[in-house]
Design a protein around this ligand. Sequence first.
Ligand code: DGJ
Length: 752
Amino acid sequence: MIQENNGVFRLDTPNTTYLFHITETGHLEHLYYGQTLNEIGDLEAYRVNTKLRMPTIVNTSDRFPRSYPALTLMETSSFGKGDLREVAFAGEYGENGNTVFDFVYDSYRIEKGCALPSPLPFARRNCSSTLIIQCLDEPTGIILELHYTVFDDCDVITRSCVVCNSGSETLVIRSVSSLQLDLIDTGWEALTLDGAWSRERQICRTPLHSGIFSIQSTAGISSAEHNPLLILNRNSGSYLFNLFWSGDHRESVEVTTYGTLRLLTGINPSTFSYRLKSGECFYTPEAMMAFSPCGEEYVTQTAHFFVRQQVLPEYWSEKERPILLNSWEGMGFDLSEEKIKKQALQAKKLGIELFVIDDGWFRHKQCAVGDLGDWVVAENKFPKGLKSVVSFLHEIGLMAGIWVEPESISLESDLYRTHPEYLVQCPGREPSPGRDQYLLDLTREDVVQVLYQKLENLISDNSFDYLKWDMNRYFSDDYSPDLWMPEFRYRWTIGLYELLRKIRRRFPTLLIEGCASGGGRFDLGMLSYVDQFWGSDNTDATDRLEIFLGTSLGYPQRCFGAHVSKIPNGITGRIYDYETAFAVNAFGAYGYELDVTALTDEEKQIFIDQITFYKQFRNLLQLGTLRRVRNDDTVIWTTENEDATVILALYLEKRTCVSQPKVRTLQVPSCRREVIYRVRTRKQWITAPFPCAMKNGAHLSEVFERIVPGVILCGNGMTLMPVHLGTDMNQDTAFLGDYGSRIFIVEAMGGT
Ligand code: DGJ
């Protein structure tokens, strides 16, 4: 709900209130963002502006001698009128490059579920209204519109800006943040998701002190190094921010020496500028923010709900995703119709539902990366074309998927030979390869159209049900002949979105999985078009624990591509067991990525049992409400159905404590106190060599079933069997081993 009363704007989501007002100087002063306010009370209680005479810092104007932009909490900010912090807007206007801007309130309007005319992705506007505040910098005629979208059923507010040049000269935008939030500082911690290829989205916690903390991408895509998600924590609650942008982004948090904090998020100004001519408008990406007084875990659930309801493409958003077998880790480039048929037949027997033909299916002439850009099938591998393989897959009851990397081009391709101008390269410089390949110039409409046509043909001619959209190199050599180069990355990202939008419109039911050398572009921009995103090339289950943990802070598990791969793991060489690999990956969009024709009978049985279980509980595992209950030596994740009558719990011990048995407990906070539950383990296979050789070979784990009051489960937890310590092995011990795990099924039986 959005209300305006005497220049005070009040935005309410079900459990939060956001408050700001127009000051005596005509600026927008931020007052409050937090738990729902019943009464607003006296506005002076929220304001940090001092009434003292302050030396050195400047006043807004002579008429307002006690108003200090450097001290005020603002809704937006610009350079040149005394605000000492990093600002949301900076630019240069006209020939002499005027850098001073001062945006003053002009008017407002409220629109129901309004869709932006923006070329960028933004949240769907279901059950929402948008407050649009127009601010004006009078001397230049630059208009800054602040958009606030409030959702009726979700504790999220989104923000974006539109800059319109109603002046007569050109404005060069140097930076314009999507969202600014000014708060009062006391003991904040910033949580960010940092990493690199194969260790994406590791949780990093930084205590904030005086100065600027920032993360950014300069890779051209949102990157594996820094995800755009940022959480601000302190004991009174958590704020979560995220951005609908797949290009370079920057998030900064400035703690001032005056005891305030400013958060900015948006396009990274260090790789961006934009020339806005008279009469033109510029749209920033949309950003989201959420608050919970109960902390990180709860604000995460709000983010999940929001991504499900307002971000993910509608068709698959609430649907169960198929269990897939991807050819990459099992077959690499060594593909052929015959080999795929063998894999597919075995996959079908295991219960797999979708076969994905990954890289290696298209023509390779000389170059290792093949003729990227042509997307012509390799005739030596598929003499009857892809259609024949797809028909076979469909005949045996499997869905069919294909991998592409549309944004790249190889020097060996016919596309390059006929259109060298499509390759991004800077005149007079040798273009830099990345993974032996180059970028296509998506700022060009003709390139977008050519790519669309190639993808359209590939998908419709062969009747694919699934598409894996990969991207394997960062940016370099920014250049396009008809552009002003500081706009290159912005326009390139718009071109990408245009291509994705066209494909999505043409194939609304196609299941699309994004990928960028693993999870290098896992962001809300991409998730507006793709249904899920490959989590990481690192499929080591013990590393995946951490990657999933970080990712699940901002993104629901249904969009996290998670596969069981060969052990020892191909990247880390680590050995763990297939049941741990299953348990960790089952909390995601699940699949396998190994040579299924090389499995032993024992492994086949293990996979069949996993798949049977996964299908039985798929709805819960993919679409349930996820909670991360513990993450120390013990990991507990739970996922529950809507009324929490069925809950699955992953229990995993990173290191078995053999020297002293410790009390092991399972906590399930989503259980209701007044309800009694039946708790049982999923029967799984113990394959690790057994220490005291009482049992040899794979055998089923212990049987465990208990009736437990909810008050115990949601309190200190239910005690578990002790783990086997090499001294005794009977029906009351469990063999776990390092990174050993169990999945518990917790079902409500009735009231106490
Ligand atoms: C990188 C991806 O992350 C992998 O899953 C695989 O698709 C390869 N590219 C293929 O080149």
